[in-house]
Design a protein around this ligand. Structure first.
Ligand code: SF4
Length: 354
């Protein structure tokens, strides 16, 4: 991993940037994106394996989880999980499986070791992009191991990169309101640092649009930039909108933020992370494919991936499906960009020209 040399902007500078004129932000961010990637927008053929919806953390913004013993609770056995991965691969041909679930007290480190090994032995071409700092922290407590030991064991079993969920907003006052039982900001950052040092690169994420202020967003971006300057382990930054759905927080904040907010976040991230984090990803799931198309003009160079089997925001996905590789290629092309399929480490494997 290359340690970035660009200066880390101060929190106050980022806050000022967040208040700037949207078109001006877009113009600057698009210039950086153009310089770095020309007309290419990457994506990955990906499946999401939500291996369990059982969770004891109970975040107020989450409509996916079920407490242990709930009639709708599920956990895939290793066999079932592997079967699903192989079935999706046979149908669509995937390069990455994103494995994430709730914090389920019934699942120990052996489950993941077995699962990762089984996938790698049957489908070595599929990269394992799995777990969040939250799941690593829980495993460390459960198994009485250090974060480093957990990460080393998972890496030895086949873990290649981490998606980095659970970042939300890395300001503890905000976390105490939206997910009081989740790990604090320092722990999230410490586990990411350990992962990077162990040779496991990751994404950095942000979920905005709930109780945070612009100052909190600036603080979040600043903390990520600081860690990146130290480790160089973040491959991409991904911001997404809080999706109210049927979550507890959704009853208090029933309307998601508009597309303009996503464009602002994407553009500011591109400017702040210039020379630090190479890729800015725009997901289409929470704000729709049209906004994701616009986001490419506001600095995003990566479209994320196909979301075969995704369950966390299943109801949103059903409204505007961009499920197959052909769908993603078509969406990127119709926005005026050249789609390029990549692997989990953002290496381009195929360009869809013409
Ligand atoms: S967001 Fe993750 S940690 Fe929070 S309740 Fe949902 S599954 Fe659990």
């Amino acid at each position: 991993m290359q340690i970035a040399e660009a200066a880390v902007p101060k929190r106050e500078e980022i806050e000022e940037l967040l208040r700037e004129d949207l078109w001006e932000l877009g113009r600057r961010a698009f210039g950086i994106r153009r310089r770095m990637y020309g007309n290419i927008t990457t994506f990955v053929s990906n499946m999401i394996l939500n291996y369990t919806n059982v969770c004891v953390i109970g975040c107020s913004f989450c409509a996916f989880y079920r407490p242990p013993g709930h009639p709708e609770a599920y956990t895939y056995s290793v066999e079932e999980a592997v079967k699903r991965v192989l079935a999706v691969d046979a149908r669509h041909g995937i390069r990455q499986v994103l494995i994430q679930g709730g914090v389920n007290p019934e699942i120990g480190i052996e489950y993941f070791e077995e699962l990762f090994r089984a996938i790698k032995s049957k489908a070595p071409h599929i990269a394992i992009h799995a777990l969040s700092p939250l799941e690593v922290e829980y495993l460390a407590r459960r198994e009485r191991m250090t974060y480093r030991e957990v990460l080393e064991r998972l890496k030895a079993a086949g873990l290649e990169s981490m998606p980095g969920g659970g970042g939300e907003i890395l300001v503890d006052e905000v976390r105490r309101v939206i997910s009081p039982k989740k790990i604090d900001s320092d722990t999230w950052l410490r586990i990411m640092e350990e992962a990077h040092k162990a040779g496991i690169p990751s994404s950095a994420t942000m979920m905005y649009g709930h109780v945070e202020t612009l100052r909190d967003v600036a603080e979040h971006l600043h903390k990520i930039a600081q860690l990146q300057a130290k480790t160089g382990g973040f491959m991409a930054f991904i911001a997404w909108n809080f999706e109210p759905g049927t979550s507890e927080l959704g009853r208090k904040i029933p309307y998601p933020k508009t597309s303009a907010t996503l464009l602002r976040m994407v553009a500011v991230a591109r400017i702040v992370f210039d020379g630090l984090i190479p890729h800015i990803q725009t997901g289409w799931l929470t704000t729709g494919p049209e906004t994701a198309q616009l986001a490419m003009y506001f600095g995003a160079d990566d479209f994320g991936g196909t979301l075969y089997e995704e369950k966390v925001l299943e109801w949103v996905r059903a409204e505007a499906p961009v499920d197959r590789r052909e769908d993603v290629v078509a969406v990127i092309k119709s926005a005026g960009f050249t789609p390029a399929e990549r692997d989990n480490l953002y290496r381009v494997v195929k360009v869809y020209g013409g």
